[in-house]
Design a binder for this molecule. Sequence first.
Ligand code: HSE
Length: 442
Amino acid sequence: MGGKMSGSAAEGWNKERVEIGVLGLGVVGSGTVQLLQRNRAEIERKIGIPFRIKRIAVRDLYKQRAVTVDRALLTTDAGEILDDPDIDIVCELIGGVDPAKEFVLRALRNGKQVVTANKEMIAKEGHLLMEEASARSLDFQFEGSVAGGIPIIQPMKNALAGNRVVEVMGIINGTTNYILTKMSQERANFGDVLREAQEHGYAEADPTSDIGGFDAQYKIAILASIAFTSRVHVQDIYVEGITGIEAADIEAARELGYVIKLVGIARRVDDDRMQVRVHPALLPQSHPLASTNGVYNAVLVRGDSVGDVMFYGRGAGSGPTGSAVVGDIMDVCRNLRSGSTGRVACTCFEHRSVQPIAEVVTRHYLRMTVEDRPKVLAAIATVLGENDISIESVVQKATHSGLAEIVWVTHEAPSLRVVQALEEIVRLDVVQSVANWIRVEA
Ligand code: HSE
């Protein structure tokens, strides 16, 4: 696309081309650069101005990459981007807090618009960075930080902004959803499926952040803070991963009409409190999120006016996350042209506390191995009853060597009461073990 575009109207910004600097050329960086290259003509027509990727900062100049770039664009010195007065937009695609946060701060202090896909940095330091951007009327966009290619940040900040959000619930980690789906489809054990997922590159060599629920913790922190216009501290979010889920739980859940998913939940409790939690949950097979399988992600937003809105798509990977980053870059380009950068600033106006998990009320699934003889069920039911936990259903699953597997589903009760009941139940002579306790969501 040659020549100057008409209508450039930025206040104090009146260039003929947008200059972009990219920090990081890994999975997301490659997807971003590839998309900007492949669809350049269409992108430029849509934003109404040409762009150039002026520089890309990498750790290793000679590494083989998934995208073909002119070697002359590469540098190992991030300062060549951060301190270059000609660069308008800095795309931070390194990930992690250190040194990404310092790079982003430096870019903002140098008056640059910033686009990032860094969930950990946004979840932990987003407030500080957004304040810095707001003070300078700069754009600071992070669509790629949650659920990869699924548009969720922009819709919540724009199209759905008129709603009072009641709840956001999502399957926001593809690795764990892939593992749970495989366990369910192949009736396989967690360890076997994890190994296979690692061999095929679906799970990281170090899968701790995914299977431990921490990746989802960052993402739900970001979604909750936007939904409830309140800052959410990552450390206040209850997290439980999927390592304790057994094939027997998935089977028992199926027989009861449920699937097991790792969910991130942000729910409004009242004006002052919110629930923000990540844990495996039984979802009824008819639940809108229940049929999200494999590496796919989905987010359900419940607004007071719109009702339920579902977002579904690929939550990770080069192409999908690159798509989100490029969407943000295009938005910034339009804002630069119209002189309206910094238009959508941080919306954390209020303070709401996160309800402690002990107080969170849900239904509960309990699976235990007990002696197969008279009065055993009655003994356990008595403990549940004494702890004010009402039973919805109980199923005896299997009997072998004088032992039976019992699955209980309770009516709603706070987690604390279940903890107290289980402490008593494991002490009963007739109970061999409590194999699992999983919350049940409606
Ligand atoms: N590891 C994440 C997932 C993708 O499995 O969904 C990046 O956030």
